[in-house]
Design a protein around this ligand. Structure first.
Ligand code: NAD
Length: 542
């Protein structure tokens, strides 16, 4: 069963800083230049073969939307069917491999990504998803390398979860993958998540049909190449591009659907759940539904908060990657005494943020992902401008002539239930509600009850008892809760990530808890000296 491979205890991949003059920076810039000068063809990848349908969509740079970086082929019904068939055909063989052999593929992918593939995956994430070099590095390189390595480490630990045996009865768990295939559906905003949604189930012996967001096809294309070079066998992960609604509705009809591994918006996941529920009698199994979804993440400051730390957290937590992190803070509750100290500086800092083409490394932010997202933000800003009791304090400028640029925006509102305090926009808008210092305790229910979400939240206080009070009162308000730190930037192995309520099933991607969802254990009992008489001692005569 085991080749006794000793898996090294992983450590988080060090983040490269790409400072001026460094070789790392020059190499990444050269890759960006090359990638910007080509228009690649991105086929579907089914059973290890490139499939071209001729029905193509365009991959563009959000920060230069007229610049096309490639065409991706879109799957129709027959290609989706072939992808499912390929996943089902290879299931028996892949799931029978010794686990160490499967693990080697993902450990090799990590090493390739840490080395020769780093620039390609980073550059494709920068150009296709408008991430700065730093944001691409912490996502597409470091977090994904961590997912690959830590998943192997946690899977090894999961295999060791074994029941007790007695001298004559040996018990064990056979950690089977799920029957059927897994449907992995990924969002645009994290290259690491896109890969992990397929690779975590695959490590456990499952086979996958993977549908990435149409706005992240460039990085998906290179990810598939990376996995292929790492030795992933044909059919284990099958990549299909196209409309989520169309591909989703076809896949959810399948009797062999073993599970869904989803990250994206709450409404899409809830609709998938509903479809699965409606059709539950038609599946062979109860499909496992694992979904990490939306957020309306908060920062709550106490009157004892450190003003400088608070400003930095508000800026980084709300505006890095244009606020397009599910964990990004988009509502803040600040006591009047602290607000009087930070308001001017906060506005100055936000107004000084440089945004633009991510290939220019002096920019802190790029563009929002696409035209619909740009319009959503423009509309929210216009509404705030014209609502009594609500003002734009910084930013508020949208310009889509060259790219989908929305300046980092701070809205001040007198209404803690104003729409941008409650609804996820998924972009660079932070709304601030200033409360009288004496109402600190009242803020707990406001924070907890303003939205259906419970993904991330941060509390700033130097007073220890305030931290304790908030930790207790907001126990169910966030799945990732930060004390004196911004609510973004969870690291694999350090802060297992995910939220409950409308934010997801809270299965903490990149941890053992997530891997357990892709395992369907079989208990095996072996008795060495089975009884040979059906009668029990109590049946003897007195
Ligand atoms: P989205 O829901 O629009 O799309 C996600 C994926 O679902 C895409 O691949 C899309 O094509 C697909 N899809 C759309 N309709 C579908 C359908 N009917 N059936 C099947 N698939 C369908 O989300 P997005 O805009 O790509 O990402 C942003 C959202 O993701 C935000 O709400 C954000 O909070 C959330 N998110 C959450 C986490 C987390 O860990 N909780 C992480 C990243 C992003």
């Amino acid at each position: 069963m085991s080749d006794l491979l000793k898996i090294q205890e992983p450590i988080n991949e060090p983040v490269k800083n790409y400072e001026p003059g460094s070789t790392d920076r020059k190499m990444l810039q050269a890759t960006l230049t090359n990638m910007s000068s080509e228009q690649i063809d991105m086929p579907l990848w089914i059973n290890g073969k490139a499939v071209r349908t001729g029905r193509t969509g365009q991959a563009i740079m959000p920060h230069r939307h007229q610049h096309v970086v490639g065409q991706y082929h879109q799957a129709g019904d027959s290609e989706v069917q072939s992808a499912i068939k390929a996943a089902l055909n290879v299931h028996h063989e892949w799931s029978s491999w010794p686990w160490e052999k499967r693990a080697q593929i993902f450990l090799k992918a990590a090493d390739l990504l840490a080395g020769p593939w780093r620039d390609r995956i980073n550059a494709s994430t920068m150009l296709g998803q408008s991430k700065t070099a730093h944001q691409a590095e912490i996502d597409a390189a470091c977090e994904l390398i961590d997912f690959f390595r830590f998943n192997v480490h946690f899977y090894e630990k999961a295999l060791q979860l074994q029941p007790i045996s007695t001298p004559e009865v040996h018990n064990r768990l056979d950690h089977r993958p799920l029957e059927g295939f897994i449907f992995a559906v990924s969002p645009f905003n994290f290259t690491s998540i896109a890969a992990n949604l397929s690779c975590a189930p695959a490590l456990c012996g499952n086979t996958v049909v993977w549908k990435p967001a149409s706005t992240s096809t460039l990085s998906a294309h290179y990810l598939m190449q990376l996995l292929t070079e790492a030795g992933l066998p044909d059919g284990v992960i099958n990549l299909v591009y196209g409309s989520g609604a169309q591909i989703g509705s076809q896949i959810l009809q399948q009797r062999d659907l073993g599970g869904i591994h989803f990250t994206g918006s709450t409404s899409v996941f809830q609709n998938m759940w509903k479809t699965v529920g409606d059709r539950i009698h038609q599946y062979r199994d109860y499909p496992r539904l694992v979904g990490e979804t939306g957020g309306k993440d908060f920062i709550l400051a106490h009157p004892s908060a450190d003003p400088k730390a608070l400003i930095t957290a508000m800026v980084r937590g709300s505006f890095e990657y244009q606020g397009q992190k599910c964990s990004a803070s988009s509502r803040a509750y600040i006591p009047q005494s602290i607000w009087s100290q930070i308001q001017t500086e906060l506005i100055e800092v936000v107004e000084s943020i440089k945004i633009g083409d991510v290939s220019d490394f002096t920019n802190f932010m790029g563009a929002v992902i696409d035209a619909p997202s740009f319009e959503t933000h423009k509309k929210a800003i216009e509404e705030a401008r014209h609502t009594a009791g609500t003002r734009i304090l910084a930013g508020g400028i949208c310009d889509d002539r060259e790219g989908y640029f929305v300046r980092p925006t701070i809205i001040h509102t007198d209404n803690p239930k104003y729409s941008t305090m409650c609804t996820e926009l998924f972009g660079p808008i932070l709304t601030v509600y200033v409360y009288p210092d004496a109402q600190w305790v009242d803020m707990f229910s406001v924070v907890d009850q303003s939205t259906h979400y419970a993904l991330t939240g941060a509390v700033f206080a130097q007073d220890r008892s305030a931290l304790e009070e908030a930790t207790k009162a907001l126990r169910y308000s966030a799945g990732n809760f930060y004390l004196n730190d911004k609510p973004t930037g969870a690291m694999v192995g350090q802060q297992p990530f995910g939220g409950a309520r409308a934010s997801g099933t809270n299965d903490k991607g990149g941890s053992m808890l997530n891997l357990l969802r892709w395992i369907s254990p079989r208990t095996i009992k072996e008795t060495h000296r089975p009884p040979t008489d059906y009668k029990y001692p109590y049946m003897g005569k007195d």
